[in-house]
Design a protein around this ligand. Structure first.
Ligand SMILES: Cc1cc2nc3c(=O)[nH]c(=O)nc-3n(C[C@H](O)[C@H](O)[C@H](O)COP(=O)(O)OP(=O)(O)OC[C@H]3O[C@@H](n4cnc5c(N)ncnc54)[C@H](O)[C@@H]3O)c2cc1C
Length: 507
């Protein structure tokens, strides 16, 4: 579906070559004679894009979804799908009293008021309706849900829900509705097609999208509203580094999370914020040091699952935190302050024999066999030799072990306040396991206002351009923390709100 103007443009592209097109005819000039073919063009058919399309179509809109990958669903293919909301049918069924105000207060407590209060308010005020809608189309959370928490800091009220197939449980109930909307002709879906440019008029209003199919063919699609729902940039190491100021250590995001939408939004006047809120997850044993690497296994650093028997040191060989601190957020922030956002777990043979297993994925033989063969795991007879092998400062390590042991022997308080101290770091051989902070999501994102409009640095909206999902950055709804369910739920909710009522069109 292209406008009449694009037919001549296609000829022009052929004549001058696609690369030269932009210099021959600027996008605003191309848009001048265009008709508005679509009410809504959605860039990205994932967590936010799917509900936006479903609800806009339900309202009678003519919708185009441009999806770069060969499939729908985006990050729902791998996400935990953990969602937070108040006023859900599952809370009511269990007699749990909860309100958006309580959800808001809990979220802002967890992220220490670093999330955007306006955007968070919009999220929590509408999250319950989103989950109840999912329930109405067949979503079922686990029987024991809602709960207070999962891998992150706990809520004070049970409002955390996820399905037995993680985020796929969300995708599986949305997909039939989406397909139905496509079959009805209300939604046009273009897979294997990436948005590469936005078309603006002279005033800066967005009028459409230039998309490229898998053969490299460019086409223009004109629309009254454009939603950027193309996810974050956590699969694009270069952009990640530019926007967050640190390295993308591991590739865990959907490979199509390349941040193209962030570039498009900026090109039409929007700007990026929130990169400074970046926070690593703490537990990964990376496969190697060629960033972005993959993660080979996860070390249990949560004391509610396994109390630590080891000590943790940084590259200087210094302990830097209370290893048994009950707060996930405290531990993540402690790691974030260490050089390279990494630390080494230090243990002895006796500890490894007596302590409960810390790597669920590996049996004991595999775990022990990895020392001196896995790049992140070392073994040596002396602390000095271990430090050299692992790349830790030897003097620092020696002092840390001596300090830990001395306090324990004297019955003195641990310098970091640790209480679980089952044994000293005694005789060798000694073992080290390097844990590196990793990232699943972009914290930086396009600035939006409370109506989900992409805004310029002066606060004015870029006309007709909206954004929903990870493209607005985790900093907006999760802040400088992993606030439970504060990515999937707002993505779903903001997509729904745009389609259901925020976008303007005369259907
Ligand atoms: C492993 C993992 C676990 C997670 N667990 C949780 C959790 O439990 N709870 C939580 O709240 N959050 C979680 N998150 C984060 C959350 O899942 C995502 O932030 C959210 O799903 C992103 O939704 P989205 O719609 O913004 O992006 P996506 O779902 O990624 O959709 C974006 C879509 O846009 C497409 N696209 C990209 N570029 C273009 C382009 N130029 N043109 C057209 N299409 C394009 C992509 O192919 C993709 O389909 C997790 C993330 C990961 C990686």
């Amino acid at each position: 579906m292209t406008n009449s103007n694009s037919i001549s443009k296609r000829t022009l592209i052929k004549a001058v070559g696609a690369g030269a097109f932009a210099s021959v005819l600027p996008t605003w000039r191309r848009a001048e004679a265009a008709t508005k073919d679509y009410d809504v063009i959605i860039i990205g058919g994932g967590n936010a894009g799917m509900p936006a399309a479903i609800f806009a179509a339900e309202r009678g809109a003519k919708v185009l979804v441009i999806e770069k990958s060969p499939v729908l669903g985006g990050t729902l293919d791998r996400s935990g799908g953990q969602m937070s909301a108040s006023g859900t049918q599952w809370q009511k069924a269990k007699g749990i009293q909860d309100t958006p105000d309580m959800h808001f207060a809990d979220n802002m407590r967890i992220n220490n008021w670093t999330a955007d209060p306006v955007i968070t308010r919009l999220f929590v005020d509408n999250a319950g309706d989103s989950l109840n809608w999912l329930g109405s189309i067949g979503f079922k959370p686990l029987d024991e849900h809602p709960v207070l928490g999962g891998g992150h800091e706990y809520f004070t009220t049970p409002r955390y829900h996820w399905g037995k197939e993680s985020a796929k449980s969300i995708f599986y109930v949305m997909e039939p509705l989406f397909k139905k909307a496509v079959e009805s002709g209300k939604v046009t879906l273009m897979l294997n097609t990436g948005a590469v440019d936005l078309i603006q008029d002279k005033s800066g209003a967005v009028l459409g999208v230039v998309a490229e199919n898998e053969s490299g063919k460019l086409s223009d699609f004109m629309g009254k509203n454009v939603i950027l729902a193309s996810g974050g940039c956590a699969a694009n190491a270069r952009m990640w580094e530019d926007l967050h100021g640190n390295q993308l250590t591991a590739l865990l995001a959907n490979p199509f999370s390349q941040g193209m939408g962030l570039t498009l939004g900026q090109a039409v006047g929007g700007y990026i914020r929130g990169g400074e809120k970046v926070l690593p997850s703490f537990s990964s044993i990376l496969a190697d040091d060629s960033y972005p690497s993959s993660t080979d296994a996860s070390y249990t650093v949560r004391p509610d699952f396994r109390q630590p028997w080891e000590i943790y040191v940084n590259a200087r060989g210094e302990r830097f935190m209370r290893e048994d601190h009950p707060s996930v957020d405290h531990r993540e922030h402690a790691l974030a302050r260490q050089p390279g956002e990494r630390c080494w777990v230090i243990a002895t043979q006796e500890i490894l024999e007596k302590a409960p297993a810390a790597v669920a994925k590996w049996d004991k033989a595999k775990f022990m066999g990895n020392f001196n063969s896995h790049p992140m795991m070392h073994k040596a007879d002396s602390l000095d030799a271990l430090a050299i092998k692992a790349g830790i400062n030897a003097r620092g390590l020696e002092a840390s072990v001596a300090g830990y042991n001395a306090a324990l022997k004297e019955g003195a308080t641990d310098p970091f306040g640790r209480t679980h101290r089952p044994m000293a770091i005694g005789r060798g051989p000694y073992f080290s396991i390097r844990l590196t902070g990793t990232y699943l999501i972009s914290f930086a994102g396009l600035a939006i206002d409370g109506q989900l409009r992409v805004i310029r640095p002066d606060g004015s909206p870029v006309p007709n351009l909206y954004a929903a999902g990870e493209i607005i950055g985790a900093g907006a709804t999760s802040g400088n923390a992993y606030t439970n369910g504060s990515m999937v739920t707002p993505a779903l909710t903001f997509g729904r709100l745009l389609g259901q009522r925020m976008l303007k069109f005369n259907a």
